[in-house]
Design a protein around this ligand. Structure first.
Ligand code: GLN
Length: 487
């Protein structure tokens, strides 16, 4: 699949129409889906209708934006008016939102062509997309393996060229980790940069929507289109959104030398040797590009995971209380009492991982344990934030692996939730601190599976992060490799 900019050029020169591009994408989806299973629904009619409108604009000589006519996939936890939004859960099997999320509304207004809604772990809880109530998505680089999660459908769709770009959501790593495992670019923006209005809530103080793309430039274009203040989201930031894509340069070119810090604690036990080597090579490359490299210690980084697995389930248990069979979603037939209706609806509608989180969260928020668990975890969260703050007194950007391992086989970790949780060790602290971070492809392991490098920035420094990631990407060939989709 070509870049957004190239497709845009073709569209305005009338070399190809938006209808043609859309049809090609839909045909590709038809061929690829039986192998990869990225989508929960394909919105072909709507896509063709949107493409028609874009073509009409072009024919009328109207100016179109970069995203007009570009095929895009949307994670199925983003509400799309009139289009089923399941969140990968049986409890929302027949939920058709009566309203549009802010991000999809912005994309609609930009003329982007939504081709479908992508698979995810139920309520975005998971790291492999195996927790979906509907299907298991395959990793395009090895169909026996998982794409990562929870935005596995979006990452796989981008990697398999079943769309040009996609949206995912990231609560503890769900954009960056699947991006890493599928060999694409994935970015989690600063908390509050992108409106969460219409994103089905998992853990509201951590959730952020962000782009998945085949290049940093495409990610920058998509981020620019969805970012910005929204009165519908009370945590939305009132900040100026720069034209991220315009600021990209093939090299660093900063007035002062760019300082990049390696997070010491992320290298060591549990890190796959191929991942370690690839990320270290990536760091050397950053140095060759002119960055000054320092080793930085974030001693409390490793408490991120346990703190997250208190805070996220606590918030989830409150957020998921709304699925009671009354307001919307599933309701079991013929219960004997109201209580039985609640219980049976939730027992049937939720999968085991979601139930586990609700139970943990209800426990940690209960009067007797609140101080010991929830409050303690919040204190740890503050300490992690301070680690980052002191790191950013010394450097401009931090670097570490995105995931300690490459894509694993489907079924390999489903019986061991703790080993599944561990995969997010390096992404979770970023969410706890509300910082922006991006995963860029930085190599392959011995089995040809992609590896990602994570760059973390200061609050609202997406511009700098994207510049560094772009300069790095342009000095490598990793992003140009395509999965064969045959094994
Ligand atoms: N894997 C993590 C979890 O299961 C993160 C999920 C996410 O970012 N949505 O909670």
């Amino acid at each position: 699949m070509v870049s957004i900019r190239e497709l845009h050029r073709q569209l305005i020169r009338k070399e190809r129409s938006a209808i043609e591009i859309t049809k090609e994408t839909l045909e590709r989806i038809e061929v690829i889906e039986p192998k990869v299973n990225s989508y929960l629904s394909v919105t072909a009619d709507l896509a063709l209708e949107t493409a028609k409108q874009v073509d009409a604009k072009i024919a009328a000589g109207e100016e179109i934006g970069l995203l007009a006519g570009i095929p895009i996939a949307i994670k199925d936890n983003l509400c799309t008016k009139g289009i089923r939004t399941t969140c990968g859960s049986k409890i929302l099997e027949n939920f058709v939102p009566p309203y549009e999320s802010t991000v999809t509304q912005k994309l609609k207004s930009a003329g982007a062509v939504m081709v479908g809604k992508t698979n995810l772990d139920e309520f975005a809880m998971g790291s492999s997309t195996e927790n979906s109530a509907y299907k298991v998505t395959a990793n395009p680089w090895d169909l026996q393996r998982v794409p990562g999660g929870s935005s596995g459908g979006s990452a796989a769709a981008v990697a398999a060229r079943e769309c040009v770009v996609a949206l995912g959501s990231d609560t503890g790593g769900s954009i960056r980790q699947p991006a890493s495992l599928c060999g694409v670019v994935g970015m989690k923006p600063t908390y509050g940069l992108v409106s969460r209005y219409g994103l089905v809530a998992f853990a509201s103080s951590l959730d952020q929507i962000g782009p998945l793309a085949n290049s940093v430039e495409d990610a920058a274009i998509l981020l620019g289109a969805i970012a910005g203040h929204d009165p519908q989201d009370s945590t939305s930031l009132k900040v100026e959104i720069p034209d991220y894509a315009k600021l990209l340069r093939p090299n660093f070119h900063s007035r002062s030398r760019l300082r990049i810090g390696i997070i010491k604690e992320t290298f060591g036990q549990g890190l796959d040797t191929a991942v370690e080597e690839a990320v270290k090579k990536g760091i050397e490359q950053l140095q060759d590009l002119g960055a000054e490299i320092q080793i930085i210690s974030c001693p409390r980084f490793r408490y991120g995971l346990p703190a997250y697995y208190i805070i996220a389930p606590s918030e989830a248990s409150a957020n998921l209380a709304r699925y009671d069979g009354v307001k919307y979603g599933l309701r079991v037939e013929d219960p004997d009492s109201l209580l039985e209706m609640y219980e049976k609806t939730r027992a049937e509608g939720f999968g085991s991982e979601v139930k586990r989180r609700i139970m943990i969260g209800t426990y940690t928020l209960s009067a007797g344990y609140y101080d010991a668990y929830y409050l303690k975890a919040q204190k740890v969260r503050t300490l992690i934030k301070r680690d980052f703050e002191s790191a950013f007194e010394k450097v401009d950007v931090l670097v570490c692996p995105t995931s300690p391992i490459t894509a694993f086989k489907a079924g390999e970790k489903t019986t061991d939730p703790l080993s599944m949780y561990l995969i997010d060790l390096m992404t979770i602290p970023v969410n706890l601190a509300g910082l922006p971070a991006i995963s860029v492809p930085c190599g392959f392991d011995g089995q040809g599976l992609p590896i990602g490098m994570q760059l973390i920035g200061k609050v609202c420094r997406e511009d700098l992060l994207l510049q560094v990631a772009h300069a790095y990407e342009q000095s490598t060939n990793w992003h140009l490799k395509n999965p064969s989709l045959t094994r």
